[in-house]
Write a protein that binds this ligand. Sequence first.
Ligand SMILES: Cc1ncc(COP(=O)(O)O)c(C=O)c1O
Length: 388
Amino acid sequence: MYDFEKTIDRAALDALKAVPFNPSQEGCIPLWVADMDFPAAPAIQEALVARMSTPSYGYTLCKDRYYSAVIDWMKRRHQWDVAKEWFVLTPGVVPAMAFAVRAVTTPGDKVMIQTPVYPQFAKMIQSNGATLVTNPLKLVDGRYEIDFEDFEQKVKDPALKLFFLCNPHNPVGRVWKRDELQRLADLCLEHDVIIFSDDIHHDFTYGDHQYTPIATLSPDVAARTISATSPSKTFSIASFKMGNIFIEEEELRQKYRKAVESAGVAELDLGAIEATIAGYTKGEAWFDEALKYIEGNSRYIERFIAERIPKVKTFAQEGTYLKWLDWRSFGMTDKELNEWALNEAKVWLSEGYAFGKEGSGFMRLNMTSRRAVIEEAMERLARAAERL
Ligand SMILES: Cc1ncc(COP(=O)(O)O)c(C=O)c1O
């Protein structure tokens, strides 16, 4: 019913994903940053056009229609009962990370992440004065798992104040299971560590994989958790800049709100408000179709790689629209691998080592393009691999 095959010249629109930063990216198929190429849901376009046709663009409040749209989505899609009082609005989830570091830590305190992970985790921790601690994920029989022993060792450190969880996990594609989350939460509670859970990819889960918001495990866990959500990935509306941060415990919420306010952040962007409401209230059928389309792309890529580039290893796609690929058998350095992808295959992927040193030898592919574009990119990669 929706048209995911339609082409939009994104470079002409100055899209971050489509405009090369350096000459080697020119002529490459851009499958890097987590941003969809699909045209947005018609309901979002209609709502934006309708609102923008009234020429009044001053500071705008989020009223009940905004909160109800978010609350209803969380309940319907994730069986998560979120209360209006828990909300803190931020202009994105990356700023929400910075506010968490500022609210919970003082300079020199430690914050833990599970690498390989979205690079802004490390950046926001370090650039806001905290010390980074890593709990690398373990690859066990081709599946990423949490190293609980290492986590336990590190969480004991009295200087460790905050843990950044990514659920579903970008880039490895895991959707953390309830028992895994429970073990992490128990350890954080035992050692008085606050959890910042970045759940921005939570609408993208496949098959039987079920997203569990860590804050829903128990009232005790909820009291120590900052949950970060946004419709930006779900509906590809990231340029409007929005984040719905839920904090159940009042004292923690007030501390967090102070960090937000001290950065001068107040109302959301008008486009963010309208796009969020339209997406969450009228975009569900579009999203369900988009998810099926992406799942089809994922299966296609897995089959293609098994047949044509079998030296590359893939991982079960539990969640997110990002495919994590293991190229280590190519025996290239990270620089060589990236240059090979750009210069020989003419495909622009995200470099694995940017996600932490555990990502060395890996590259991440964004699957949210037309099937024909994905097919062409895979063909280019296979042909370049055959020439090696
Ligand atoms: C895990 C994760 N968090 C946050 C973001 C970006 O959030 P925002 O654009 O709302 O700042 C991304 C984007 O790729 C992401 O993958």
